[in-house]
Design a protein around this ligand. Structure first.
Ligand SMILES: C[S@@+](CC[C@H](N)C(=O)[O-])C[C@H]1O[C@@H](n2cnc3c(N)ncnc32)[C@H](O)[C@@H]1O
Length: 299
């Protein structure tokens, strides 16, 4: 019988068709779909690659707290949860563990067995009643992981998920509250990851401003919440991984804001990032702290 395209196939527009063709050819999409960990996003491979090439910053034994900003659908959080021992790195996210009832948590549900919960901003009032990591029954990982996104994200063991706009005025305080546990009373994070990206509008000015808004909001958070180096106590300064898009003003942000405040700032374009995309990452190591803070006001 001759092939008759279905109405669905007929409806695919040329732009969608080229997107689909690109997806089918993409080795990282193929890898994601066949990988035993069933990573939720192609981005997961960027983080795995960056971590492996840049000294295993997610594998340090003294890592206590990680924040994942712009976390949905959850690929990076899965990678972090794997590195911190909450899930096996070969964990299959699609099949729930047999002994866990309703592994897909409801919004607002605290899942003490795995030390995970998922809340919306408006529901957080009584959630941040710091649960001691040691008291959470069944907790197997180490440290705390807080994930934030505008979108709903299905829970991952060991990851506390807050659905909210990170640019909203309350955001930093809510994340700090979520980070503050008996084992992490300072509420500091050792690693802050930001893969946040606003939707592209096509206007260079609007897109550049949106990217700068995100970079500044993340930096404000870092100022108060990233672990500060303390040589006497043998504590290394925290790490920031920040997505951005190529633009001269963003280069200025790197020079005037990031470089003076971290020991080193690397520009990285992971192999798994599409060559045609203007995105890149800054990996900033060794937060110096607010003591000698250098700031910059954008024009
Ligand atoms: C590239 S995706 C992140 C993918 C993620 N790292 C993963 O591995 O699954 C970017 C995310 O940033 C989120 N985002 C953009 N602006 C945000 C904001 N102001 N507050 C919170 N999340 C935001 C988007 O909703 C989107 O889910």
């Amino acid at each position: 019988m001759p092939f008759r395209p279905s109405p669905v196939v007929l409806k695919v527009r040329p732009t969608q068709r080229s997107w689909l063709q690109r997806q089918f050819r993409d080795p990282y999409v193929k890898q994601r779909l066949s990988h035993p960990s069933a990573y939720r996003s192609r981005s997961a491979f960027k983080l795995l690659e960056l971590n492996e090439k840049w000294g295993g910053f997610l594998e340090k034994t003294d890592l206590r707290a990680v924040v994942d900003l712009g976390a949905a659908p959850g690929g990076w959080s899965q990678v972090v949860a794997g590195k911190m021992g909450w899930i096996d790195e070969g964990f299959d996210d699609i099949d729930p563990p047999p002994d866990v009832d309703g592994y897909g948590l409801r919004d607002g549900a605290k899942h003490e067995r795995y030390g995970s919960w998922s809340v919306k901003e408006k529901e957080t009032a009584d959630i941040f009643n710091p649960l001691s990591l040691k008291e959470a029954p069944g907790r197997v990982g180490r440290g705390i992981i807080v994930a934030v996104d505008l979108l709903h994200m299905a829970p991952i063991p060991g990851v506390q998920t807050i659905q909210m706009d990170f640019l909203s005025p309350k955001a930093a305080d809510l994340v700090t509250a979520a980070l503050t546990t008996r084992e992490n009373p300072s509420g500091k994070a050792d690693v802050v990851l930001s893969d946040m990206a606003a939707n592209f509008t096509g206007s260079i000015v609007t897109d550049r401003e949106a990217c700068l808004d995100i970079c500044f909001a993340v930096f404000e958070f870092v100022k108060k919440n990233l672990t500060v180096a303390d040589r006497v106590r043998g504590i290394r300064g925290g790490t920031l991984l920040l997505k951005h898009f190529a633009h001269p003003l963003l280069q200025e942000f790197r020079k005037k804001v990031l470089e003076p405040n971290f020991n080193v700032v690397y520009y990285i374009k992971p192999e798994s990032s599409r060559a045609a995309s203007a995105e890149g990452y800054w990996l900033c190591r060794g937060w110096k702290g607010e003591k000698d803070l250098k700031t910059w006001t954008r024009s």
